[in-house]
Design a protein around this ligand. Structure first.
Ligand code: ADP
Ligand code: MG
Length: 274
């Protein structure tokens, strides 16, 4: 198997489509023959709920348990805390216990690298690990950025959302300087777009004038659609819930774009080495 790629889906704003993107990118990559692990790195456990595990307090094991073991240097069991979803994607679920772990990290040495140390132990089984970050730039999110090869930033189609990216970019730059020099931004994905209005276009123009040339903005724009909400409530990906819906088709195109970029990047690196 080729090298595992770890992608963090991050934006400190809530409600911009991070969880929906993590889920549908994850399952979309599975549908393209990849082995994918999703990490729910939000104590709210939305990704866990969206994949159908809605009684989070009854989870046998979660991300909090494995991180606690890493902190205490206790060996992990085989596949510990990893759930298998029927659409072929694996998930390390989360619940409110992650909040306690996060608070405890403050006093721990190498506290930014706990998640990385966990992922190092399991990553060989997967082509992609996708981390769904919580809506804050807290210690768990820093752990995600420290572990990741790259970040995908979902941005709601809204002028203010596009303007609000500055803080996130600043954090990513700081992470690059101090804890993960190889962290890349794969791109910005415009989500929740009302295609009847000009808002998506204005957002795209704002992003292009602020970051154009420096950061890739995906060609695919994810439209707003009620199916996206219903799909998450049904514990399924959009492809299974309603593959002909506009958000499902858009996410399928987005996955293709991600895979195409990856191929191009691999080719560039190969050419550089020759
Ligand atoms: P985040 O993880 O950034 O907080 P979510 O993915 O949970 O964002 O999305 C926020 C809300 O918007 C959820 O209720 C979700 O079902 C809904 N949503 C996400 N994507 C879409 C879309 N394309 N169309 C309509 N609703 C969406
Ligand atoms: Mg979320």
């Amino acid at each position: 198997m080729s090298k595992t790629k770890i992608i963090a889906i991050a934006n400190q704003k809530g409600g911009v489509g991070k969880t929906t993107t993590a889920l549908n990118l994850g399952v979309g990559l599975v549908n393209n023959g990849k082995k994918v692990l999703l990490i729910d790195a939000d104590p709210q456990g939305d990704l866990t709920t969206c994949l159908g595990w809605d009684r989070q307090d009854e989870l046998d094991k979660s991300l909090a348990n494995v991180l606690e073991k890493v902190i205490k240097d206790i060996p992990l069991e085989e596949n510990e805390a990893i759930l298998h979803h029927k659409e072929g994607v694996d998930l390390v679920p989360s619940n409110i216990d992650l909040e306690t772990i996060e608070l405890g990290l403050v006093n721990i040495m190498s506290r930014e690298f706990i998640l990385k140390s966990y992922l190092e132990q399991i990553k060989d089984k997967y082509d992609y690990i996708i981390i769904d970050c919580r809506p804050s730039l807290s210690m768990i999110t820093l752990n995600a950025l420290a572990s990741a090869d790259s970040v995908i930033i979902p941005v709601q189609a809204h002028y203010l959302s596009a303007k609000g990216m500055t803080q996130l970019i600043q954090t990513i730059n700081n992470v690059r300087k101090r804890i993960n020099p190889n962290l890349k931004i794969d791109g910005v994905l415009i989500t929740l777009a009302d295609m009847q209005t000009r808002v998506a276009k204005t957002t795209l123009e704002t992003l292009q004038s602020n970051y154009g040339g420096k950061i890739k903005i995906y060609n695919t724009i994810i439209p707003q659609g009620v199916k996206a909400v219903e799909g998450t409530m049904a514990g399924k990906s959009l492809y299974t819930y309603d593959k002909n819906s506009k958000p499902a088709i858009a996410y399928e195109n987005f996955c293709k774009e991600v895979l195409k970029d990856e191929k191009q990047r691999t080719k560039n690196e190969f050419d550089k080495c020759r």
